[in-house]
Design a binder for this molecule. Structure first.
Ligand SMILES: Nc1ncnc2c1ncn2[C@@H]1O[C@H](COP(=O)(O)OP(=O)(O)OP(=O)(O)O)[C@@H](O)[C@H]1O
Length: 300
């Protein structure tokens, strides 16, 4: 059975439909990213799944529980990492982890978790002395304390320096390998593209796309071939191509839905003339470009 099943989920605040008939599933063991601009309904959706907010309509099942009525039995199976968790500042890192571990029937060893999130040096440091990035790692450690089957991560790397970010990615990949299902929200499309097996894009409370990042990128989007014109040639000298040719000085870009065919034609043309196509690249759109198309913002 899927880890998460959401059917027709709806939540209204006054006249604002924060979540409007949203349906998706998250399979066990996958990393699933909820994407969308500010106010799209991500937090509301996640909070309903966590059992922290009531829904107006729709069916929700998480690990076989209805989060609205699952109570403690449900919460023992999940881990939640919020963006701004308030901590007991005078506890040490290991004391806080021991405290959290005590709430769960089958907790993880606090020292193992501390090592996993890279806080070994800070094991005995007071929480109030931690830097912002170290606090975020502590957030993550606390989310893992109860050995969750499903981990909710709210913008897990916001405010991280680049190396902390890559470390967090490795950690998330490690959790995925050990079978933990992960539902995350993020505003970083490279993060979603790197980590997520599947993504769902919300816009104004409605689901506008869902699927594997590669599938979303592949659906109806063209590739761009670009290269420098060989000396002594003009764009008009190029062979007939399926794509749209644009030249900016000596740099030619071809937006094409048939990259293999156009690449073949072009390289054949260059070889026949005994010339080279320097700076030749074939680029696929990134998830970010596809996302911006979906949520209706300019791509340049
Ligand atoms: N408690 C609330 N009372 C009234 N309106 C709310 C409440 N919580 C959220 N909303 C509204 O519901 C909509 C969705 O908000 P939500 O926080 O779910 O979006 P989000 O996608 O998480 O945004 P962000 O990326 O900024 O965190 C917004 O229009 C927001 O103003």
């Amino acid at each position: 059975m899927s880890a998460v099943i959401v059917q027709g989920l709806t939540k209204t605040y006054g006249t604002v439909k924060a979540v409007d008939e949203v349906s998706f599933t998250v399979e066990r063991g996958e990393v699933f990213a909820l994407l969308g601009p500010n106010g799209a309904g991500k937090t509301t959706t996640v909070e309903i799944l966590e059992g922290h907010r009531d829904r107006d309509a729709g069916e929700v099942s998480v690990l076989g529980f209805d989060p609205a009525t699952g109570g403690r039995g449900y919460r023992e199976h999940i881990g939640i990492v919020l963006q701004e968790a308030g901590f007991e500042e005078e506890f040490s890192v290991v004391e806080l982890l021991r405290l959290y571990a005590g709430f769960y029937p089958c907790p993880r060893d606090p020292d193992e978790v501390i090592e996993q999130v890279g806080l070994k040096d800070k094991r005995d440091a007071r929480v109030r002395t931690l830097s912002g990035g170290q606090r975020r790692r502590l957030d993550l450690a606390l989310g893992l304390a109860g050995r969750p089957e499903l981990l909710f991560l709210d913008e897990p790397t916001t405010g991280f320096d680049p190396s902390a970010r890559h470390r967090a990615w490795e950690l998330i990949e490690g959790l995925r390998s050990s079978g933990t299902t992960i539902l995350l929200t993020t505003h970083y499309m490279d993060e979603a593209q790197h980590l997520a097996d599947r993504v769902a894009v919300l816009r104004e409370g409605r689901l506008v796309a869902a699927g594997a990042p590669e599938a979303l990128i592949g659906a109806g989007h063209t590739s761009v071939l670009s290269f420098r014109l060989p000396a002594g040639t003009m764009p008009a000298d190029l062979p007939a191509l399926t794509g749209h040719v644009e030249a900016r000085g000596p740099v030619v870009s071809i937006e094409t839905a048939q990259p293999a065919r156009d690449m073949h034609t072009l390289t054949g043309w260059a070889l026949d003339r005994g010339t080279e196509l320097t700076s030749l690249t074939l680029a696929r759109p990134s998830l970010e470009e596809v996302y911006l198309d979906l949520v209706g913002e300019a791509t340049s």
